[in-house]
Ligand binder design. Sequence first.
Ligand SMILES: NC(=O)c1ccc[n+]([C@@H]2O[C@H](COP(=O)([O-])OP(=O)(O)OC[C@H]3O[C@@H](n4cnc5c(N)ncnc54)[C@H](O)[C@@H]3O)[C@@H](O)[C@H]2O)c1
Length: 389
Amino acid sequence: MNQNMSRSQFLTFAASAGAASLLTSLESMVAVNDIKKIRVAIIGCGSVSNRYIPHLQSSPSIEIVSLCDIRHERAVAQNEQYNVKAATYADIDSLLKGVPFDMMVTLTDMQKHGELNKKALLSGKHVWSEKPMANTYAEGKALLELAKSKNLKLWGAPAVVNSPQFAFMSRCIQEGKLGRVASAHGQYGHTGPGWSSFFYEKNGGSMPDLGVYNMATLTGLLGPAKSVMAMLSIVNPERMIDEKGKIKVEEEDNAHILMDHDSGIISHVMCGFNFFDPHGHEAKGQQLHSIQIYGDKGNMRMIGYDWETNGVILDDSWEKPGQLHEKETGGYVWQEGATKVAESIVNKTEPLINVEHALHVLEIIEAARKSSASGMRIPLVSTFKWPVV
Ligand SMILES: NC(=O)c1ccc[n+]([C@@H]2O[C@H](COP(=O)([O-])OP(=O)(O)OC[C@H]3O[C@@H](n4cnc5c(N)ncnc54)[C@H](O)[C@@H]3O)[C@@H](O)[C@H]2O)c1
């Protein structure tokens, strides 16, 4: 990690940044040198940055040194709202030339992640990317190869494998509590975001935004998928978006995906932007399950959504009713991914979140699109280290 600013970096930086941000940078570098903080830049200061910024700020090992958004006023507003004291930029090139940093956190429109992540890696930055880390599996794989060639770290959301509920379910499966596992199901949907059009544009859709959580959970629990079959549809061809009005929906807002894991296990994911749920986007207080796993000696149901779950019911007895386990979060929150991986760089530890897993999920999404378009079963080539827990 580059902790010091060289003279040439200083001159480049001084030429491209204002006096105010220069001061901020020098102050932050002192902090970096004193307490070994990792310097983070956030690109994309929209909705989800409201969850990321405070979480990153809560870590003593992290300093947010830059905020960037093509709508520069958003970077400025977030800087003020969260008292970040960061430099702000309106485009990635100025960000990369500006105040030095170690890791970029990518929170922009989904379609931009691949190109922005590539630029950051080429400039020697570690990257945490919101999902998806790229638009295609090939683009994602090339990013990983680039990262490896430069000895950099790359990660992709989600962070579902970090929850104690995921760990509990994984242990139950590994210990054989369910007997021979056969089938699983995951679902996630709501009535769709109204604040940005990218969710519905080409390379958007309900799979990379929502189904991605269930795909990560089910492959994380059951192992990498070997092939995929899917049916996708657009139920609502037009949407009303704040600031834009009526737009055309170009990617699936309704998706059913079948995954074939090892040993005959089949799982199913259902996701969409037309799912009424009175518990809302975050399923607060939801008592019903969104993930279920069946074996011949037991079954498990994860309550609420897998990214913010309220516990797991394990049914493994003819005599006594199913028991609720893991009601507490143990500190886990869905927006913790960037914080955990940044801390892992500082502490030189290996986090549970694994980029090959995110890449595998990206291949599943692409394969589901191919399967739906062709009516064929699509074999997968990617895999990842499993079991995760
Ligand atoms: N909003 C949520 O609750 C939520 C939750 C989990 C994950 N996510 C993911 O986070 C990402 C962002 O979602 P959001 O809801 O915050 O969207 P958003 O539209 O609110 O914010 C995206 C921001 O990125 C900026 N941007 C776009 N292109 C850019 C570029 N090239 N350079 C710099 N800035 C750019 C936009 O101006 C916008 O401010 C998506 O991948 C989404 O799937 C969102």
